[in-house]
Design a protein around this ligand. Structure first.
Ligand code: UGA
Length: 454
């Protein structure tokens, strides 16, 4: 099929490259010429394991351009995957989406095109995009004959760092439209994934237990709500583990054991119960805020979602309190933070717990040193005022440190020769912000191991 993808961020690029890999003919549009140049040269502007390889494999079916006229006319499906950043009141800023929809409408020319909202948009945006498309299309003087289109929602459930795996081997595919023909087109588009008929890339093997991928084919509003309900549920699952984790610390229980014990109940499930400094990233914070804002438009409160957010914010403060309880005085202390990215295998810094923890420590007079194997340079560029606190070496983090906090569980940190660094510290306090290090081993090596739970 002929596919066009507008926006080459995480979602757009992964969608475009994956569909091209599956054999569809894909044109990716981005207004940023430098991004397009980079992609044409075979390099991805984002850090995502396997993406460069997939880009190379899919290259014969892929075309990158800044021009809508090269991608939209004749497309069976147009994905709109532009950014929807949070406005100051928590609602998503839809300016880019409006502009993209207008440009798509100016270029539609096909017997039937499905325009898919791939950006995470507020519930009801499908109708809004539909209205923009119809209005802009009606204003065209060069309106082509026999051109029909309809809007659909196809939410994304990929995790950064696992984007290719999550796209090719998803738990489910959700498509929503009030137009049955759109659902049929999308069903066709995703057949190779639904039936798992493609040859898996060598760097992302097919999971052994995967069968046919369930397809949830529903109406527009339901598909839009599924995305928010899924992310908010995952966010509150983590916050629940963190809330129980604090109580575990008080009563002398081990949160890792408790999470395992409850997670083995199949009704609960073991994933997303990892307690620690809490969630970050571009999705959970933004989507929980947007859900609350949407509900407020209906005079409806969402206390559970609100609590998930509050608990998450509190975890970051608790990390600092744990250090203060131990060191008594934070002023003048040197504290090393291992990890700046919001999670491993990404250089994404949005809403990173590390950033909040660093700022809280700095506000209390501590001297902070930050390290990250991948995100350090991006951090320097995005947070220039904190750039002097970044260390490129681990020695720079541990040397004379009064405490070190493991904030992001990069493999490099888990595999570290921890025995090498303990001697460099002034006081060997190690706060395991992700509950991933072995308490007994760390104590044996000479650290004073602290977990988030106390
Ligand atoms: C999340 C969802 O997992 C995806 O399904 C969704 O498509 C995506 O948002 C989106 O809306 O675009 P992502 O933010 O990339 O994906 O990353 P996750 O792996 O979900 O991690 C989010 C945060 O939760 C990270 O800071 C991670 O460290 C934290 N986390 C995760 C925990 O603290 N504990 C856990 O048990 C799991």
């Amino acid at each position: 099929m002929k596919v066009c993808v507008v926006g080459t961020g995480y979602v757009g690029l992964t969608t475009g490259v994956s569909l091209a890999f599956l054999g569809h003919e894909v044109t990716c549009i981005d207004l940023d010429q430098s991004k397009v140049d980079m992609l044409r040269a075979g390099h991805t502007p984002i850090y995502e394991p396997g993406m460069d390889e997939l880009l190379a494999e899919a290259a014969p079916n892929l075309h990158f351009t800044t021009s809508y006229t090269e991608g939209v006319p004749g497309a069976d499906v147009v994905f709109v995957a532009v950014q929807t950043p949070s406005s100051s009141d928590g609602s998503p800023d839809l300016r880019y989406l409006r502009a993209a929809a207008e440009s798509v409408a100016q270029n539609l020319a096909h017997t039937f095109t499905v325009v898919v909202n791939k950006s995470t948009v507020p519930i009801g945006s499908g109708n809004w995009v539909d209205a923009i498309l119809r209005e802009s299309f009606a204003q065209r003087e060069d309106r082509p004959e026999n051109t029909e289109f309809a809007v659909a929602s196809n939410p994304e459930f990929l995790r950064e760092g696992n984007a290719i795996h999550d796209t090719l081997f998803p738990d489910r595919i959700v498509i929503g439209s009030d137009n049955p023909r759109s659902l049929e087109v999308l069903n066709q588009l995703y057949r190779p994934i639904i039936n798992q008929t493609f040859t898996a890339p060598s760097f992302s093997p097919r999971p052994e237990d995967i069968g046919a991928v369930p397809l949830v084919s529903t109406d527009l509003a339901s598909a839009e709500l599924i995305k928010y309900a899924a992310n908010a549920f995952l966010a509150l699952k983590i916050s629940y583990a963190n809330e129980i984790g604090q109580l575990a610390g008080k009563v002398g229980a081990d949160i890792t054991e408790v999470a395992r014990g409850i997670g083995l109940d199949q009704r609960i499930g073991s994933r997303f119960l990892q307690a620690g400094v809490g969630w970050g990233g571009s999705c959970f914070g933004k989507d929980t805020a947007a859900l609350i804002t949407t509900a407020a438009e209906y005079n409806y409160e969402m206390p559970i979602v609100r609590a998930a957010r509050d608990v998450n914010t509190r975890q970051r403060a608790i990390a600092v309190e744990r250090l203060q309880d131990e060191l008594r005085i934070l002023k003048g202390r040197k504290i090393g933070l291992l990890g700046i990215a919001f999670k491993p295998n990404t250089d994404d810094l949005r809403d990173s717990p590390s950033l909040d923890i660093a700022n809280l420590l700095i506000a209390r007079g501590a001297r902070v040193r930050l390290h990250d194997p991948i995100a350090a340079n991006r951090f320097r560029a995005e947070q220039p005022e904190l750039a002097p606190f970044v260390s490129d070496t681990l020695d720079g983090v541990f040397e004379d440190a009064d405490a070190v906090v493991l904030v992001t569980e990069w493999a490099q940190y888990l595999e570290l020769d921890w025995s090498k660094f303990v001697g460099l510290m002034r006081t060997p306090i190690l706060l395991d912000g992700r509950h991933v290090l072995d308490n007994d081993r760390m104590n044996r090596l000479g650290y004073r191991y602290l977990s988030m739970a106390g």
